[in-house]
Design a protein around this ligand. Structure first.
Ligand SMILES: [Zn+2]
Length: 390
């Protein structure tokens, strides 16, 4: 591409992925708004033989699109919603007006993850045109609520698919997985995330009469120490060691001469596949039970860990990156959570391959213009490798 201070309109006509990306950025789809993105995508998919099914839940728009009725099902997944732009004066241009400069396309969602969407949709259109009798099925699972509560998005769609016996075999998420160069990192799993709130009960009283009080801070302190000191695991081949962090402790009677009657603390685990929700929860309860403490725990599971090992999906993704980029990607389980946590428990192999994530959620979010077509070519190659002509 030879642009200097912006790309002439003619180039957009010749580049469907870039044109679709610009169209999507112009739609201010701040979570859980979809701003018409999914309808626009369905407009492209329907004429190519995809059955497009809107699956709204609450305020959230979702799209399940599928071409073919046979297994295996190769599903591309992602989200149309974006985080708010933040301080507008710090943007070099309107966050919802795609702007080209120095080989970059600026706009909210340019990297997370409207370029992924544009690349996967155009890849599918080109693949289907060249291979109308491909094996299996191609599907899209798209939501407008990944950045927010994520309750009525991918989770609900996957539940509905399971209920009616529709299975996803392989899933490629277009989240921005790359660190410095497109394709340098492919995510093949994620750590689990488990939060808890504990309430410790004591007896409020005058500090001058220690025999009449039961101080919940003193009760909790040794438990917290133990939770911090314990080596949860050493990690394993694919995951770093499990980590425990306390994030808040609240306890006061509001006066300097009164001990509090209650303490509330919150903590979080990021955990490897050495644990699951049940085993981790049991271990924490065992630790509390070993102390003389009156407590109640409330758990919040944000996602179990998942890992996609060696197999057809990882092979295809690695080969597609190698052919297009000229190097092998690093297979990683780092980063925060993604909707992969909802798709993996349904039995699907899940990987994430998308653009460089250096600017995501920041002001002046951008994607390298050339990466959009390169990513689309990688996705198209993954389809060719996994769904050859029947
Ligand atoms: Zn994202």
């Amino acid at each position: 591409m030879k642009e200097k201070n912006g790309i002439p309109a003619g180039i957009l006509d010749a580049d469907p992925a870039l044109a679709l990306l610009c169209d999507l950025i112009r739609r201010p789809s701040i979570t859980p708004q979809d701003a018409g993105c999914l309808d626009r995508i369905a407009d492209f998919l329907k004429p190519a033989g995809f059955d497009c099914e809107a699956m709204p839940f609450g305020e959230v728009s979702n799209l399940w699109a599928r071409r073919g009725t046979m297994a295996p099902v190769l599903c591309f997944a992602g989200h149309t919603d974006v985080v708010p732009p933040g301080p507008l004066p710090e943007w070099r241009s309107d966050p919802f007006e795609p702007t080209f400069c120095d080989g970059r396309l600026f706009g909210r969602g340019a990297a997370d993850m409207k370029s992924g969407l544009a690349a996967m949709v155009t890849a599918a259109l080109q693949f289907v045109a060249a291979h109308p009798t491909h094996r299996g099925s191609i599907a899209f699972l798209l939501t407008s609520d990944e950045e927010g509560a994520a309750c009525d998005g991918t989770l609900k769609v996957v539940e509905a698919l399971i209920e009616r016996g529709e299975r996803i075999d392989w899933c490629v998420l277009g989240e921005p997985s790359s660190q410095r160069i497109l394709g340098d990192t492919v995510r093949i799993g994620r750590r689990g995330s488990l939060g808890a709130t504990v309430t410790v009960r004591g007896i409020q009283g005058h500090v001058a009469y220690p025999e009449q009080v039961d101080n919940p801070i003193r009760r909790f302190a040794p438990v917290l120490q133990e939770l911090h000191d314990i080596v949860w695991d050493e990690g394993n081949e694919h995951f770093p060691p499990t980590s425990f962090q306390v994030v808040s402790i609240k306890s006061t009677a509001g006066a300097p001469n009164v001990t509090p009657g209650e303490l509330e603390a919150r903590f979080n685990f990021r955990y490897s596949t050495e644990w699951n929700y049940e085993s981790l929860k049991r271990k924490v309860e065992t630790i509390f039970d070993a102390h003389d403490i009156d407590y109640a725990l409330q758990w919040h599971l944000s996602g179990e860990p998942f890992l996609t090992g060696a197999g057809p999906l990882t092979d295809a993704v690695v080969q597609a990156v190698r052919e297009q980029a000229g190097f092998d990607p690093e297979l990683s389980t780092g980063g925060g959570t993604s909707d992969g946590r909802f798709i993996s428990p349904a039995g699907a192999q899940v990987v994430e391959l998308g653009p460089v994530n250096a600017s995501i959620h920041k002001v002046n979010e951008y994607v390298n213009v050339a990466d959009v077509d390169n990513l689309s070519a990688m996705y198209r190659r993954i389809m060719e490798l996994l769904l050859p002509d029947a």
